[in-house]
Each structure stands twice: as structure tokens, then as C-alpha cells.
Design a protein around this ligand. Sequence first.
Ligand code: ATP
Ligand code: MG
Length: 172
Amino acid sequence: MINRGQIHIYTGNGKGKTTAALGLSLRAVCAGKKVFFGQFIKGMDYSELKASEYLPGFEIKQLGRDCFIFNDPTEDDIVAARKGLNYCKDIIVKGEHDLVVLDELNIALYYKLFTVEEVIKMLEHKKEETEIVITGRYAPKELVDLADLVTEMKEIKHYYKEGLEARKGIEF
Ligand code: ATP
Ligand code: MG
């Protein structure tokens, strides 16, 4: 029990889910751990994609299609997301990373790009010591039940309501 890797979920409508996962990744890398950070829904050219240049032990990969889903996901979105899920499954099965982040996986589920059953099956392959973080709004109840830690980022105020656009280094 002592060294068992835990399953975290960062969800909710407030800012801070992906950045919390990045903060934890930084801490883990600085403790000499290996991190895999998979990003399911690509929205922008996120600055963190360059993190491997700065942080040995940090591996980041965009999974899914090269554009944001605005309406109904297309067959291409589904194929790409499923490929991404398989990639993460291989990472989890191999167990070479101490921390595996599945960023925006909840959003991929929300868009029904794959099913929660498939995600639970993937998590069953987790090695005892691997720590897992899942982020994204709308975490489904099945994952909340399964997780060891669930944090909800709740929006109290957000400057986007004042019309401030996403800024490089802050939002992406
Ligand atoms: P961050 O990556 O900053 O930690 P997050 O992962 O908690 O944020 P997401 O739901 O992934 O949040 O949203 C991505 C980004 O879009 C966030 O930086 C957030 O502040 C911003 N955002 C959220 N809602 C809106 C909105 N309605 N309009 C504009 N920007 C928004
Ligand atoms: Mg996010």
C-alpha cells in the first residue's frame, strides 16, 4: 500500500487542471522520476510541448487530430483518439514511466471518441507503482468512483469573461 501509485482526476470548469498536471510533472521530474504527458484534444500549439528540451525525463505527445473539435467529432477524430488511447495503453503496460498524465481524456470521453469502459480496461494494466493523472472537464462518474483523488477546479471568476483572449505562456 505504501508505494502504490494513485489515480488522480483534475476536473471542473475553472482554470488549473492542465497546469496542475504540469506542475506535478515538474515536481516528479525534479525528483528524478520519468513522466509521460499525453494530450488528447489539441486546441493550440501549447508551450509545454517544448518541455522535453528543458526537462530530461519529461516526454510529451499530442494524441488526436491537429484541430479542435467544435461540432460533432468526425470519423477522423475518433480514429486518431483511439490511436492515442492505444499509445497510452502501451505506455501504461510497459510501466517505464513513474507518472502518466492523460490530459483532456475526460473531454475525449465527453465527445465519445472512446468509451469509459475502454479507459477503465486500460487503467487495469497500471503497474502498482505508476501514478496516473487524468484531466478535463466533465469527469464521468465511473472514473470518479475509480480514482483515489479527485479535485474540482471551480470557476469563481475568469478574465475570459472580460474578453481577455488566451495568452501564450499562461493559457497555452
Ligand atoms: P489550464 O491549461 O490553463 O490549466 P484547464 O486545463 O483547467 O486550464 P481547460 O478546460 O483545458 O482548462 O481550458 C483550456 C484553457 O481555456 C484554460 O486556460 C482556460 O482558462 C481557458 N478557458 C476556459 N474556458 C474558457 C472560455 N469559455 N473562453 C475562453 N477561454 C476559456
Ligand atoms: Mg486543460
